[in-house]
Design a protein around this ligand. Structure first.
Ligand code: F6P
Length: 327
């Protein structure tokens, strides 16, 4: 295998709190190893356009506490085409990049996988997404911070819900995964979580209503996963309740992009630092086309195609736990 002297690092897809801590860790661990680091701006778009500048230990100073990504990010259509990837590879050669570190979610790692196979370049993926939907890792960078942000918002909405005796449907992000919805519902003491993984064909809202929409209190909080696939977001459920139970005072709150912003939690900073260093150590050991992840507090290597293709299961016991706690 070709000796590594220079690596490229990019962040891609949706930004996530902790990405900067990860860029910092990748940069410093690579320099520690004696390698040069090229920062690729705006994800694959920067690779395609050649928007690439060297990173030094100083360029990542004081970034550990910052939300967003200093390298910027994008969802790049050109990289989805063979011609686009060919042009990106020309920039890999032009900037002398021997290996690529990709920090991002499912789509970003899928792009990395295709590129690695087409051009025989070592790629290491690092899970960076608030959705926590990558298989093989217990957590992804940004998930913990987003969860804390959601819980803070739900606590505030609870004040209004209980003062006005209202039912609130609060929609949270997660794309096709219900981790943020399920865990925030537990942490915020919500009455229910409507998540795409609970897909036994049963009517989740109907179940919630038949359990007694309001038992021990006069207000309810239902966390709804955004579920872009079936379009059953918070508005869908609110409309149903308004129609079928007009006696209830229903409101909808869509938390939106505020869930992606803000200073990363300590948990995310530590995770990002560990995964960043692990990615460089994996490259140094000769690993390629893997994602570094965390499981039982240990670093694990997951083949990228498994991380992106396998469905990460939700903990079904927690569905039961939530219904026990919401009586
Ligand atoms: O993947 C992260 C995420 O925030 C999802 O939860 C959400 O569905 C999506 O990105 C929103 O994407 P955009 O910022 O492009 O609207």
């Amino acid at each position: 295998m070709k000796e590594i002297k220079t690596i490229g690092v990019l962040t891609s897809g949706g930004d996530a709190p902790g990405m900067n801590a990860c860029i910092r860790a990748v940069t410093r661990a690579a320099i520690y190893q004696g390698w040069r680091v090229m920062g690729i701006h705006r994800g694959y778009l920067g690779l395609y356009e050649g928007d690439i500048k060297e990173l030094t230990t100083e360029s990542v100073s004081n970034t550990i506490k910052m939300g967003g990504t200093i390298l910027k990010t994008a969802r790049c259509m050109e990289f989805m085409t063979e011609d686009g990837r060919k042009q990106a590879y020309e920039n890999v050669l032009k900037f002398g990049i021997d290996a690529l570190i990709v920090i991002g979610g499912n789509g970003s790692l899928a792009g990395a996988q295709v590129f690695a196979l087409e051009y025989d370049i070592p790629v290491i993926g690092i899970p960076g997404t608030i959705d926590n939907d990558l298989y093989g890792t217990k957590a992804t960078i940004g998930y913990d911070t987003a969860l804390n942000t959601i819980v803070e918002c739900v606590d505030k909405i609870r004040d209004t819900a209980s003062s006005h005796d209202r039912i609130f449907f609060i929609e949270v992000m997660g794309r096709d995964a219900g981790f943020l919805a399920q865990m925030s519902a537990i942490a915020a003491g919500a009455e229910a979580a409507l998540i795409p993984e609970d897909n036994t064909g049963k009517d989740q809202l109907g179940e919630f209503i038949s359990r007694g929409i309001r038992k021990s209190k006069n207000s309810s909080i239902v966390i709804v996963s955004e579920s872009p696939k079936d379009g059953k977001g918070a508005e869908y459920y609110a409309k149903r309740v308004r129609k079928e139970y007009p006696q209830y005072d229903v409101r909808v709150s869509i938390l939106g992009h505020l869930q992606r912003g803000g200073t990363p939690s300590s948990v995310d900073r530590i995770l990002a630092s560990r995964l960043g260093v692990a990615a460089i150590e994996a490259l140094n050991e000769g690993q390629r086309n893997i994602m570094v992840g965390i499981d039982s507090n240990e670093i694990v290597y997951v083949p990228i195609n498994r991380a992106i293709k396998m469905d990460k299961p939700i903990d079904k016991d927690l569905i039961h736990l939530l219904s026990v706690l919401s009586i």
